[in-house]
Design a protein around this ligand. Structure first.
Ligand SMILES: [Zn+2]
Length: 295
C-alpha cells in the first residue's frame, strides 16, 4: 500500500527531499550508505520510508537543530549527529504527545568544522547558532549543496528563544540578536563558492543562493533603523502554531524581497543581551514547560 504519511522528490541523482509532518528532510546517498538530514515529526518510522528510496543502508541522521519538527523521528535511527546545543533540547516535544515517539537515544556530538565522513560526499558542519541554540548548516561540497536548517529559507527566519532544556524551565536561551544573525550569515557567505543552491527546512526547496545576500541586507537595514511590522503571523505556517511571539513581546517582521526575519525589537545589537533577561516571554513555551513539570 502506498505510504500516506511521507512524500518524496528526487532532487539529484543521489539526493531526495522527504516531506511529511514537520520539516522537510533530506536523504543523501553516499557510496556505501545514505544519511538523512533531519528526522521530521511523524510518529511513523521515517527511516523505514527513506530505506524504500535507496539500496544503501540508512542508519544515521544529522539534526540541523533541536526543534521537534526536525528531531521527532530521531529515535528510529542508530546514529544521531548533533551539537551539544541540539542534544540539550531535542527531546522537548514542543507540545506533541511524547508517548508517541521513540525518545530513548543518544547523540553523537559534532562541532563547528566537524566533517561527517559519508563516503564520496563528506559533510561539513558549520555552526550558525541563531534560529535555535546549536543550529548548524551542512555543506556538501562534492554536490555543491547547502542545508542550513531554518537559518535561511524563502518564507521567514525566526529569531526566537530556544526551547527549554529542562522541565519547568521557560527558555533555553533568549533569542539571537539581529547583529548575531548578521554575523552568522557573513560566516555562511564565506562558503558561497562551495555550493550552488540552498536546501532549507521549510517553505520550498531548493532556493537560490542569493537569499543569503537578501538576509544579510535585511539584517543590515534593521541594524540601521528600519523597523518591521508588528504582525508576526505567518503566511506559510498554521495560525495555531505555537512558534509565534506573544503580542506583548516586542517582536517585528522585517521584510525584504520576499524574505522576512522575525526578530525582537529590543535585541538588535549584541550589547542588548545585557537586558534580555527582563523581557516578557516571547512564545507560549512556558505553558508547555509548566505542563511538563506537572507530570
Ligand atoms: Zn526550527
Amino acid at each position: 500500500m502506498a505510504n500516506r504519511t511521507f512524500l518524496s522528490r528526487k532532487l539529484s541523482s543521489n539526493t531526495y527531499v522527504i516531506t511529511g509532518p514537520g520539516s522537510d528532510c533530506y536523504l543523501l546517498e553516499g557510496e556505501d550508505e545514505a544519511i538523512m538530514i533531519d528526522a521530521g515529526e511523524a510518529e511513523e518510522n521515517i527511516r523505514d520510508y527513506a530505506q524504500t528510496l535507496t539500496d544503501k543502508p540508512v542508519k544515521a541522521v544529522i539534526n540541523t537543530h533541536s526543534h521537534f519538527d526536525h528531531t521527532g523521528g530521531n529515535g528510529y535511527f542508530d546514529v544521531i549527529y548533533g551539537t551539544e546545543g541540539i542534544a540539550r533540547s531535542a527531546k522537548n516535544c514542543m507540545g506533541a504527545d511524547d508517548t508517541k515517539y521513540p525518545l530513548d537515544y543518544k547523540f553523537t556530538i559534532v562541532n563547528d568544522g566537524t566533517v561527517i565522513p559519508l563516503k564520496g560526499r563528506p559533510l561539513r558542519v558549520i555552526l550558525l547558532d541563531c534560529h535555535a541554540p546549536g543550529n548548524i548548516a551542512i555543506l556538501d561540497e562534492t554536490n555543491r549543496m547547502l542545508f542550513p536548517g531554518d537559518e535561511v529559507e524563502s518564507g521567514q527566519v525566526l529569531l526566537l528563544p530556544g526551547y527549554a532544556e529542562e522541565m519547568g524551565q521557560i527558555h533555553a536561551r533568549h533569542a539571537s540578536s539581529v547583529e548575531t544573525y548578521h554575523r552568522a550569515m557573513l560566516k555562511l557567505k564565506q562558503f558561497e563558492d562551495c555550493y550552488d543552491m540552498i536546501y532549507p527546512g521549510h517553505n520550498g526547496t531548493p532556493i537560490v543562493k542569493e537569499y543569503l545576500d537578501t538576509y544579510i541586507e535585511l539584517a543590515e537595514k534593521i541594524m540601521a533603523g528600519y523597523e518591521g511590522i508588528r504582525d508576526c503571523t505567518s503566511r506559510t505556517y498554521s495560525t495555531t502554531d505555537t512558534h509565534y511571539p506573544y503580542d506583548n513581546a516586542n517582536y517585528r517582521r522585517g521584510e525584504l524581497k520576499g524574505a522576512s526575519l522575525i526578530y525582537c525589537q529590543d535585541l538588535i545589537f549584541d550589547r542588548d543581551y545585557e537586558k534580555a533577561d527582563a523581557f516578557p516571554p516571547a512564545t507560549p513555551l512556558h505553558v508547555i514547560c509548566s505542563k511538563l513539570a506537572r507530570q
